[in-house]
Design a protein around this ligand. Structure first.
Ligand SMILES: Cc1cc2nc3c(=O)[nH]c(=O)nc-3n(C[C@H](O)[C@H](O)[C@H](O)COP(=O)(O)OP(=O)(O)OC[C@H]3O[C@@H](n4cnc5c(N)ncnc54)[C@H](O)[C@@H]3O)c2cc1C
Length: 401
């Protein structure tokens, strides 16, 4: 194959370009990024956690690719000396119904092949996290933290060193097929390719529609805000402390994360947002809002989850409410321990027409094209494994050399 074009320079597009270069899938790999630099959205606005596959339905793509992905990501970080730390985490159950759900999570983790899971109660919890209060906890020793921006810088460096291209300020405006070739239009002119892979994150559904696909799902942006723990409160968290998540939602709940660069953050909540790349609570984009508000799936989603939508919104605007949630995990935490300096991220979460949130990674294909249409958490951890999976979906022409 002469040329493979990858749209989107987040961690998944970069991982796919790197793997394509290493597997010699094409003589030329061209990665198109609409912004002036790569990695400026989800991949650098996240919790920085390496997820090992605890939450995901056994047999799902998320389960398979998280388990494979964390091993590959840790090996990649080891090989290139990228800061990471397999510090382990606990998931904390604070009432009886959560204890039951935590047992389900333990069973999922075991089914997904996780190693070293430990059920903790009483003083055993306090030995790991002295300030956490709960009826039970599951310790997950394989999880950790990493600098995903450093991972992306290294991926970009390796792609360029292998003689391939990363073109910035190059938004893909549309894709058309002609005579078995794919033509991607950009403001700098058309680019012809044998194959195109769409990894455009928050814009992946638009890129798919520009290629003539009519996906059943739409990206609905969910913003997550992070709060920083002040130095006076940082002794309260040793590693990672997660709540037991609502199993009907793909979000993991507000957690405490020790960051690889130092400091502790609490977050992210999951608030319906009105701008796909809007990192402030007041950001609104008329185009993004219109696309969200005219999507029938949104109203079916709101009908299914009215309580959650409302409480997440309150959580986002009220420090008091946010603090109350954090106190479920660490009762000693006080108002003066948290500040709004943690930044935020926006998740590219696909919602189906019927109002359900897509729980698994999802892609659609047409001849000459693959479109990744849902790749939220643990997409960063799993990026190298997702890349392998995407490339394996490409047809292998008999004449390929
Ligand atoms: C708040 C939050 C917390 C998270 N926490 C974690 C975590 O701890 N661990 C984990 O594993 N995962 C986490 N995730 C998920 C993870 O960050 C994502 O799964 C992953 O970053 C997705 O990567 P991506 O490359 O698909 O998307 P992105 O990083 O969003 O990259 C997409 C790129 O495509 C570009 N683009 C868009 N449209 C076009 C176009 N038309 N032409 C060219 N370029 C285009 C964008 O500019 C962008 O650079 C979190 C996500 C969020 C938002």
């Amino acid at each position: 194959m002469q040329r493979l074009v990858i749209i989107g320079g987040g961690i998944i597009g970069l991982a796919t370009a790197l793997k394509a270069a290493r597997q010699k899938v094409a003589r030329e790999v061209v990665l198109l990024e609409k912004d002036a630099s790569t990695g400026g959205h989800q991949s650098s606005h996240n919790s920085g956690v390496l997820h090992c596959g605890l939450y995901y339905k056994p047999g799902s793509l998320k389960a398979k690719l998280a388990v494979e992905g964390i091993r590959e990501m840790v090996a990649f970080c080891g090989e290139y000396r990228i800061p990471h730390d397999i510090c382990g985490k606990i998931v904390l159950a604070v009432d009886e119904p959560e204890v039951v759900r935590l047992r389900d999570l333990e069973a999922r983790g075991t089914a997904n092949g996780l190693r070293g899971l430990q059920w903790l109660e009483g003083s055993a919890i306090r030995e790991v996290e002295p300030h956490a209060a709960g009826l039970a906890a599951l310790r997950v020793p394989e999880e950790g933290i990493v600098d995903y921006s450093a991972v992306m810088r290294k991926m970009a460096e390796l792609i360029l060193a292998a003689g391939h291209q990363i073109r910035t300020n190059a938004p893909a405006l549309g894709i058309r097929s002609s005579g078995g070739r794919q033509i991607v239009s950009t403001p700098q002119g058309d680019i012809e390719a044998d194959f195109v892979i769409n990894c455009a994150g928050l814009h992946c559904d638009r890129v798919a529609r520009s290629a003539g696909l009519r996906p059943e799902s739409r990206i609905i942006p969910f913003r997550g805000d992070y709060w920083k723990l002040a130095p006076a409160g940082s002794h309260l968290v040793k590693h990672l402390i997660y709540p037991v998540p609502d199993p009907t939602l793909p979000f993991l709940g507000v957690h405490f994360t020790r960051m690889i660069g130092g400091g502790i953050e609490a977050g992210p909540n999951a608030v319906l947002a009105f701008k796909r790349e809007g990192y402030r609570r007041t950001d609104i984009s008329p185009r993004d809002s219109w696309e969200t508000l005219t999507f029938p799936g949104l109203y079916r989603f709101l009908k299914k989850y009215p309580g959650t939508t409302w409480s997440e919104l309150k959580n986002s605007f009220s420090k008091k409410v946010f603090l109350k949630n954090l106190q479920r995990l660490i009762p000693e935490i006080r108002m003066e321990h948290i500040s709004r300096e943690g930044g935020s991220g926006v998740r590219a979460q696909a919602i189906h027409h019927d109002g359900s949130l897509l729980m698994d990674f999802a892609l659609e294909q047409k001849p000459g094209q693959i479109h990744l249409l849902n790749a939220p958490s643990p997409g960063a951890t799993a990026s190298l494994a997702i890349a392998t999976y995407l490339l394996a979906q490409m047809p292998k022409p008999a004449t390929d050399k």
